[in-house]
Design a protein around this ligand. Sequence first.
Ligand code: ADP
Ligand code: MG
Length: 681
Amino acid sequence: MEVKYIKGVGPKVAEHLKSLNINSVEDLLYYFPRDYEDLGTIKKINELKDGEIATLIVEVALIKPTRKTQSRKNLNQIVFKDDTGYLIGVWFNQPFIKNTFKVGENVLLHGKIQRRGAELQIVDPRYEKDYQSNEDKILPIYPLNRFFTQKSLRKIVKNALEQRDKIIKDILPNDIIKKYNLVDLNNALLNIHFPQNQELLKKSVYRLKFEELFVIQLGLQYFKKNLNSDLTAYEIPYSEKLKELKEELPFTLTNAQLRTVREILIDMKKSKPMNRLVQGDVGSGKTIIAAIAMFNCAMAGYQAAMLAPTEILAEQHYLSIKSLLLKYGLNIELITGSTTKKEKQRILESLANGSINIVIGTHALLEENVVFSKLALVVTDEQHRFGVRQRASLVSKGHNPHVLVMTATPIPRTLALFMYGDMDISIINELPPGRQKVDTYFVRSTMKERVYNFIKKEVQEGKQAYIVCPLVEESEKIEANSAEEVYEYLKYNIFSDNQDYVGLLHGKMSNEEKDYVMSKFKRGEIKVLVSTTVIEVGVNVPNATVMVIENAERFGLAQLHQLRGRVGRGNLKSYCILISDATNKESIERLTIMTKTNDGFEISERDLMLRGTGELFGLRQHGLPDLKISDLFKDVEILKITKDLAKELIENKMIETQEFAEIKLKIEQLFKEKIDINTFN
Ligand code: ADP
Ligand code: MG
């Protein structure tokens, strides 16, 4: 229903509501207050005490004419009454007050009570004429823009609430409402906007969160069930060579890596396609896990593909996996945007005829002309860099291939359960032994010279460093250091004797240029790499010990943590230096958190607390609806309850009954994208 059907909403107000993203009456009803102002319990006049701040609902009994006081102020008095007594409202120098009220009308008053002899007075109270008679007076506080005041928006919402019966239907079945002691939707909506009391407000919030999380959980699990039920995948046996490979690794796998590998191998042996997320902090060693899975797949005669977000990363994976599996005679290829046409043609043919066992690549892998003969395993590295659709498009190139996605985004477990309700999760909660904590410092830009000299000292000891700048070119508007400027400064000042030591890498360079610089850095010919965030994910140069981040306040916590993860990857003592002149509290807090902990999980929890769940991981990118009222961080308990309930309802097929018809419809709408993918899988 359009907002124009609400009393008092004309075309102009409707336009203004649009600017708050409110397009329908339903939107308005679901435009929840961000906070409340609690004026306290409504009192009767005979309960009032001298000096207290009180809220009352009274009737206007008498409006006295304006008088002059001895100190020559205008005095206005209005006599109010309720069924227990009289109260005098007192206003100074506000003569218009006497025209504001009408005898006989009801008014809400809020202010300080004073006893003057036998008389009770309330001086200059707040008053509100359009109120509901309820036990407590709790006023909603909405997020606003310049077109609205709290008062004006409250009035519109109030009028919209009158229409709620016509448009809102409670989709929760009665049995569930009863079992979980929920408020019905009608009351929940009324009380979330204009709560009768704190108790009902709490129950209404609970009810709305419950519904929101329940519907999503139901959707995720319904989808998972459908996805898994009748699809058959290639059953990939354990290779006899696995043991040999494990013994040849340059290191011993950590227990967490072993457990994860085991879980993957078990999944891949089943005829049901694996759908597994491997979550491990930066440097926890996820690449080797992907390599083992792909190895096992290839040894069984199937093809495996790995998708990486950047060319640098794809090439790095390609080189390390190729050398790791060298002796097994597998055909391993790399395909990226800079693969030559001729080369690409050859690879495409070999992929299609099945002679390539393992392919690693960037988005180039997703192109339509990439066809496989027996694709049985799809690995996506750094999955947060890809949308649902991109991942799905690689999956669609196989016949229900097993799916493995890897992420370093350190998501608290509850959030992971929510976002990946349709996936199984392996968590690598252990770093390889010998890793040292990266010492992190937050310094002002006046320290820059000293920081650069510190880099010089590390370089003289044979180590390497990164300097990350947020922008490529000088911009007048944004006072960021340009990478090029820093590069030139280092080259001609700090390293004037060894200018070749300094390298520059940024997004505007061609792929060949980037590769060239990156490989020189890997070989140690370039000692100091000045770059933009192109090196953010995955890059592995264990000899690098210093990460300097300029204008560090421009980065989010998760990004800072990723960047810091580029150092401390070997056994060398490493440092991260955050340079920032930020003065706002939030930025300083963020940078300070970085200096206090190296634990990705802790950082992401702090990030959630600072920023809320909405923005952080881009729920939409995961094909999930935005949350209107729930906070995944705070509402863990409701999340658990609704998850269990959803599971039960799907297992006993209740979801297919008439009672759930409405919810099912809603799920189908909300999860349209995921369901689309499901059907073209
Ligand atoms: P990420 O999880 O960030 O992708 P990588 O897979 O790039 O981490 O591994 C980081 C570094 O740790 C690499 O140099 C890798 O060879 C090394 N590594 C991985 N597993 C172990 C282990 N169990 N013991 C020692 N080093 C390891
Ligand atoms: Mg990685």
